[in-house]
Design a protein around this ligand. Structure first.
Ligand SMILES: [Ca+2]
Ligand SMILES: [Ca+2]
Ligand SMILES: [Ca+2]
Length: 239
């Protein structure tokens, strides 16, 4: 009965659908402040040019990793990566640059990865190195497939992008979730999220602290239990 009550009360805070309204943000209008979850990374190049310096590389809005949002519900972390980088690839100077996989640090480095194409989850991975090696890892290599997780990547055919102006003012929302119990759970007090593209001209990386155990709710349950026991005792005493 307790388990059923808990289940009916649970509501996922985020829908993995590529829509950023559930985070309470609207970068198109300059609102980067989440009302659900936390912004764990923020480094927005604010111009609309396609060649500006981002650090460690160049590329302007086309390569800008702007923000990462995250929140945890039970053992599941929900995340949104907002970037100017088209997940179908970005052509620059005759070369096509590709989006990387999403890496997680659950306590021992970037060795958990979600394949951006399939949503397959891997543990014990290593990562390839982008052109700017300091931005790595780029794509996951090896590892053990432990399942598949919801991802919404705005490729062509889906909600492709936000912003109706020229291509250099667009934003893309890479949204997903990951049940950390599938990857051995957290072995530290925070979970890291990392993403970059094949050149590594820009990088998004941040950490979400493990939520505190909801002590008041737990105490409340004990309190109700104690009250029920008291009532039961009184009723039995009237007999
Ligand atoms: Ca959403
Ligand atoms: Ca930007
Ligand atoms: Ca950036």
């Amino acid at each position: 009965m307790v388990a059923l009550t808990g289940g009916s009360l649970r509501a996922d805070p985020i829908t993995v659908d590529g829509n950023w309204n559930d985070w309470g943000i609207n970068p198109d209008s300059g609102d980067w402040t989440a009302s659900t979850g936390s912004r764990v990374f923020f480094e927005d190049y604010r111009g609309t040019g396609g060649t500006a310096y981002l650090g460690p590389g160049w590329g302007g809005q086309f390569f800008d990793v702007e923000a990462i949002y995250a929140t945890m519900q039970g053992s599941t972390v929900f995340f949104a990566i907002v970037t100017g980088f088209d997940p179908d690839g970005v052509v620059h100077g005759g070369t096509t640059y590709l989006p990387g996989d999403i890496f997680f640090d659950v306590g021992s480095g970037w060795n958990v990865g979600v394949d951006l194409e399939t949503g397959n989850i891997f543990t014990g991975v290593s990562g390839t190195t982008p052109m700017f090696s300091s931005s790595g890892p780029f794509t996951l290599v090896g590892g053990t497939n432990v399942g598949v997780t919801p991802l919404s990547i705005p490729r062509d055919g889906a909600m492709t992008h936000y912003g109706n102006g020229d291509t250099s003012s667009r934003h893309y929302n890479y949204e997903g979730s990951l049940d950390l119990s599938l990857v051995g759970g957290l072995t530290s007090n925070r979970v890291g999220i990392h993403w970059t593209m094949s050149c590594g001209n820009d990088i998004g990386e941040g950490y979400l602290p493990k939520p505190a155990v909801p002590e008041p709710a737990t105490l409340g349950l004990f309190g109700l239990g104690g009250l029920a026991a008291l009532i039961a005792r009184r009723k039995s005493g009237k007999k």
